[in-house]
Design a protein around this ligand. Structure first.
Ligand SMILES: Nc1ncnc2c1ncn2[C@@H]1O[C@H](COP(=O)(O)OP(=O)(O)O)[C@@H](O)[C@H]1O
Ligand SMILES: [Mg+2]
Length: 267
């Protein structure tokens, strides 16, 4: 039975997609069967695996929210033996107005994800920043755990109150959200005072926060991961993850240790 983990933050550019991609590839390297779901219409995660979303494509993340019409299993692409991807759809956010008044819409994603749990050890969901609170709240109800990547700058830590507040709002529906996990990324230095500030911001919003011991350095190996940036360029399923694009680099080392800490936490 899969553990379902959402990678979320209400802020953009915090390292969500970089974490989703490398965490999924790192777990797959540890022989775990992983499904990575790209639930961001920008499709950053998909492009790291050479999939440039096509507006005409039928089997995408839309299968997970348009349940009456599509089968989620049809949207699963094989990246490698252990790693599978459900790609984004470039018009995902356009579906929000049609969905918003549907009964129990917050649980649509959960229903579909639960139907995939038997097939994987981990299901990782990458989400957008503040683009859609409907989709954020769907994710908050579908998961067993939340990982929030954040920079350790004071300006970015201040933004944490927004995601913690949203988690607190979803907690009645999903008690599993009791202790979201924070991963500091793109770090230059992290002070003791900043770590204390994180705990304080979380408890002010009514959630407990757990900080991963491992942090992810600000490093060129992560900034330069292979990426399918425009239509027509065919890089196939080479995997832009840091283990493929720059093995042994600082980024690969940090994400490998982070994955080990995560697996230990869940053991
Ligand atoms: N640890 C890191 N070191 C250097 N660059 C990073 C690191 N993590 C992410 N980046 C870069 O920062 C930008 C934002 O990261 P991304 O993962 O796309 O954030 P999000 O998904 O939260 O918007 C991207 O250009 C990415 O390549
Ligand atoms: Mg992203």
């Amino acid at each position: 039975m899969a553990i379902v983990i959402g990678i979320t933050h209400t802020k953009g550019g915090t390292g969500k997609s970089t974490t989703a991609v490398n965490m999924s590839a790192g777990l797959a390297k540890k022989n775990k069967k992983v499904l990575l779901i790209d639930f961001d219409q920008q499709g950053t995660t998909s492009k790291f695996f050479g999939v440039h979303s096509d507006p005409e494509q039928n089997d995408t993340v839309l299968n997970l929210i348009e349940s009456a019409r599509y089968n989620p299993k049809n949207a699963i692409l094989g990246v490698s033996d252990n790693l599978h991807l459900i790609p984004n759809h470039p018009f995902l956010n356009g579906y929000e107005p049609a969905l918003i008044n549907r009964e129990n819409v917050n649980f649509f994603l959960k229903r579909q994800i639960d139907g995939l749990r038997d097939l994987f050890d981990y299901i990782i969901i990458d989400t957008a920043g503040a683009d859609s609170y409907l989709f954020l709240h769907m994710v908050l109800r579908a998961v067993d755990d939340i990982i929030i990547p954040s920079k350790a700058t004071n300006a970015d830590l201040g933004e944490l109150s927004v995601i913690y507040k949203n988690i607190a709002l979803a907690m009645d529906d999903n008690p599993a959200l009791v202790q979201p996990k924070l991963l500091l990324t793109q770090t230059i230095s992290v002070s003791k005072k900043q770590k204390e500030l994180i705990q304080e911001i979380a408890s002010n919003q009514g959630v407990a926060s757990k900080l991963f011991k491992q942090t992810i350095r600000n490093t060129a190996s992560l900034a330069n991961m292979r990426f399918k940036s425009f239509l027509g360029e065919d890089i196939g399923f080479v995997g832009g993850d840091v283990f493929s694009s720059d093995p042994g680099s600082p980024g690969a080392q940090d994400y490998e240790k982070f994955v080990a800490e995560l697996m230990e936490m869940q053991a």
